[in-house]
Design a protein around this ligand. Structure first.
Ligand SMILES: [Zn+2]
Length: 226
């Protein structure tokens, strides 16, 4: 009753086209425009894998969907990062968790490590979007999320407007390991929101590799394509 009244007074809107909807976040039409990858079928032929394997020697690399500007996925990612809507992260994390469970990935990883935010950015944002996504996946796959094994020591500038070479320079040495025992001899799954050049994942991944995990894999929500 209260829920219906609240819906009447404050109707939920699609975050992309602003149509009034019953469900969360996106209307059916906008949801259908999201282009999901087949990375779960070919986790060593993906864009994510190709961008990271030389530097990190990852076991598998998967992105849930392709990132396209001016589309519903951009609105979704924008709201997840800047719109104080952490539940978008758990929602899509569960969705991807279901897919990975169906393809038996639940035994492939021992621990999930979301790319950490610097504590100042965490304070302004209120949550880590990559943690929320990992948490959603964890609800389905029952793989623990380790939030405090790695920290971000420098509050790096946003990467989005930087050219490729600067992106790598910008995040160099930006991460530090706090608890190597959470990593050593584990099948580690590193989680990020979007992979573009891979600079952030490579910088963080290199620190993780110093702690001798059994192996390292990567999952991202989006993969940016030119
Ligand atoms: Zn819509």
């Amino acid at each position: 009753m209260l829920k219906r009244l609240l819906n009447f007074l404050f109707p939920q809107q699609c975050i992309h086209c602003h149509k009034v909807i019953e469900q969360k976040f996106l209307c059916d039409e906008c949801f259908k425009t999201i282009k999901f990858t087949d990375d779960h079928l070919y986790p060593t032929s993906s864009q994510c894998y190709a961008r990271l394997v030389d530097e990190l020697g990852i076991k598998v690399g998967m992105s849930m969907c392709f990132f396209n500007k001016e589309t519903a996925i951009q609105s979704l990612m924008h709201c997840l990062k800047y719109g104080k809507k952490p539940k978008i992260g758990t929602w899509i994390g569960r969705m991807y968790g279901e897919k990975l469970l169906y393809y038996h990935f639940e035994k492939s990883f021992d621990v999930m490590i979301p790319i950490p935010l610097h504590k100042d950015r965490f304070k302004t944002r209120g949550y880590n979007q990559s943690y929320m996504f990992a948490k959603g996946m964890s609800d389905i796959l029952h793989i623990p999320v380790e939030e405090n094994a790695v920290i971000r020591t420098r509050n790096t500038m946003s990467q989005t407007t930087k050219p490729r070479a600067e992106r790598f320079e910008n995040v160099k040495g930006a991460f530090a390991i706090v608890d190597p025992n959470k990593i050593k001899d584990k099948n580690v799954l590193l989680i990020d929101d979007t992979i573009t050049t891979g600079a952030t994942l490579i910088s963080c991944g290199k620190e993780i590799l110093k702690c001798q995990p059994k192996n390292l894999s990567v999952v991202t929500i989006c993969v940016a394509v030119d």
